[in-house]
Design a protein around this ligand. Structure first.
Ligand SMILES: [Zn+2]
Length: 350
C-alpha cells in the first residue's frame, strides 16, 4: 500500500482535486473526460437499494449490475490510464493491481488485497469493507479487461468477514445486454451555484468533514457516520434503466420506492429541516444535481433538480424527505426531461 497524498489544508486526498472538478451546475466530472460524472453516495444506500429492488421484484439482479458497472468502470479506467501508462502497467502487473486497489480504497470501495495472479489467466483478491459486492465485481472485471485484455468470469466465496474473489479469463459477454448498457451522454445544463472551495486544493469545503481510512478502504462522512463511495451516477442510471428493460415498466416506481424506504429507515429528520440551502449544498457537493426550485407549502412539495443523476434515486430522496418532514405518507408525480431535469410533486396520500 502506498501512502496517499492529501491536501495540507482540508486533508482530502489529492486524487480528488487532481482528477475531478466540482462544477457550478451540481455535477462532478473527471478532468480528463468531462463526460464522466462522479458522485458521492452512501455505500449502505446502494446495498439497501439493491436489496429492496430484489425484494420488490422477487429475483436477484446481480448479473445486470455487474455488467453495467464493468462497462462504466472500463471507460473510466481507460480515461484514467492513457496508453503509455498502461504499457508500463502491464509490465508491472502486481503494481498496477496494487495501485488500483489503493485508488479504490480512496474512493471508499473497501480494501482488496492481491492474493495471487497469473498473467492473462486469473487474479485472486481478498476484499473487505466492500461498498457493494456486485458493483466491486464489475470494477474488478473491468480492471482485468484493461490489464489482461481478456474477457472474464467470476468466482466469489465468503471468507473471514470478507470475500475471496477470483476473476478468470473466459466467459462470454451477453452481447445484447452489453450493447444496451451503453452510456448516452446528456450535456448538463449550465448553473451558477458556487460551492465554497478549499483554499489549498479547491474541493468543496464540506468535504473536510469526510475522513479516509486508507488501510481499511473506508471513506466516512463524520457528520452522519456513513460509509461513502465515489462512483459514477450515470453508471447507476444505466443499470437502473437496464433493470427496467429486463423487468418491466413498473421498475422506475419500484426504484423510487426502494430509495424512499432507505431514506425513511436511515436518514434523520433533523438532517433536512435545516434549510433548503442545506439540501441544495448537499446535492451539489455530492454531484447529484442542481436543486433550482423547492417549495414546501400546504403539505405539498414541488421540486426541480437540474442535471439530476441518478434521477430516480434523487426522486426517492425527495419523497423520503417530504415524508420525514411532514410525517405524511405520500404519492408523487414526476417528469424527467431529456436534458436531465427532474420535476417532481409530492402530495399527501389520500
Ligand atoms: Zn484542500
Amino acid at each position: 500500500m502506498s501512502r496517499i497524498r492529501t491536501c495540507s489544508v482540508c486533508g482530502v486526498p489529492s486524487v480528488y482535486s487532481r482528477g475531478h472538478v466540482w462544477n457550478d451546475n451540481g455535477t462532478i466530472v473527471q478532468r480528463r473526460n468531462a463526460n464522466n460524472r462522479l458522485c458521492l453516495y452512501e455505500a449502505e444506500g446502494l446495498r439497501k437499494l439493491i436489496a429492496n429492488i430484489e425484494e420488490l421484484v422477487g429475483m436477484p439482479v446481480d448479473r445486470i449490475i455487474v455488467e453495467g458497472k464493468r462497462k462504466a468502470s472500463l471507460q473510466y479506467l481507460r480515461d484514467a490510464f492513457p496508453d503509455f501508462k498502461l504499457k508500463m502497467a502491464r509490465m508491472l502487473r502486481s503494481r498496477v493491481y496494487g495501485s488500483l486497489s489503493d485508488m479504490g480504497a480512496v474512493f471508499g470501495f473497501g480494501r482488496y488485497e492481491l492474493l495471487d495472479f497469473r498473467r492473462k489467466e486469473h487474479v485472486k483478491v481478498f476484499g473487505r469493507n466492500i461498498y457493494c459486492l456486485p458493483l466491486l465485481c464489475g470494477d474488478l472485471i473491468a480492471t482485468f479487461n484493461l490489464v489482461e485484455e481478456k474477457q472474464a468470469k467470476l468466482d466469489i466465496a465468503d471468507k473471514d468477514g470478507g470475500y475471496e474473489i477470483t476473476v478468470r479469463a473466459g466467459g462470454e459477454y451477453d452481447e445484447e445486454t452489453s450493447r444496451r448498457l451503453q452510456k448516452s451522454v446528456i450535456v448538463p445544463r449550465p448553473g451558477d451555484y458556487e460551492l465554497e472551495g478549499c483554499p489549498g486544493c479547491g474541493v468543496p469545503q464540506a468535504l473536510k468533514e469526510y475522513k479516509w481510512d486508507q488501510g481499511e478502504g473506508v471513506m466516512t462522512d463524520t457528520v452522519t457516520g456513513r460509509h461513502m463511495a465515489f462512483l459514477g451516477p450515470e453508471e447507476i442510471e444505466i443499470i437502473l434503466r437496464e433493470l427496467e428493460v429486463e423487468l418491466g415498466e413498473d421498475i422506475p416506481r419500484t426504484i423510487v420506492e426502494a430509495q424512499r424506504q432507505y431514506v425513511i429507515e436511515a436518514l434523520g429528520q433533523s438532517e433536512f429541516e435545516k434549510s433548503p440551502g442545506y439540501l441544495r449544498r448537499q446535492l451539489a457537493m455530492r454531484g447529484l444535481g442542481n436543486l433550482v426550485d423547492l417549495d414546501l407549502a400546504n403539505e405539498r412539495l414541488d421540486v426541480v433538480v437540474e442535471n439530476a443523476s441518478p434521477s430516480l434515486l434523487v426522486a426517492g430522496i425527495m419523497q423520503g424527505i417530504y415524508e420525514l418532514i411532514t410525517g405524511n405518507t405520500s404519492s408523487y408525480d414526476l417528469d424527467r426531461d431529456g436534458d436531465g431535469t427532474l420535476r417532481m410533486t409530492v402530495t399527501r396520500a389520500s
